[in-house]
Design a protein. Structure first.
Length: 101
């Protein structure tokens, strides 16, 4: 399961984010969003495999194994705007499951 998640992570384009739920949908397990989050946390290839591009369903940043400051720095370096730990233009930069399959 984790390997499937990591493959999907590599499909998230630079300058875009997705949610744990969209990743779970992309691997065919729409209810496994918590498991998708756990797989992101165990990602051995971060940040090359970009789990920092995964956020909560409401555009809030969620967690990051390397710390929230590092996640913010990585996202901002890719052009993602963040205010009060939320993605500013969330709907515009959200990659949906169908884009990640």
């Amino acid at each position: 399961f984790n390997e499937k998640i990591w493959v999907v992570l590599n499909r998230i384009p630079r300058g875009k984010v997705t949610t744990y739920k969209e990743i779970a949908r992309a691997v065919g397990s729409p209810k496994a969003f918590r498991a998708a989050g756990n797989a992101c946390n165990k990602n051995p290839h971060s940040p090359k495999t970009p789990c920092h591009r995964v956020v909560s369903f409401d555009g809030s940043l969620g967690g990051y194994a390397h710390g929230l400051r590092k996640k913010i720095k990585l996202l901002e370096s890719e052009g993602i705007r963040i205010k009060n730990n939320k993605i500013v233009n969330f709907e515009e930069v959200l990659a949906k499951a169908k884009e990640l399959r």
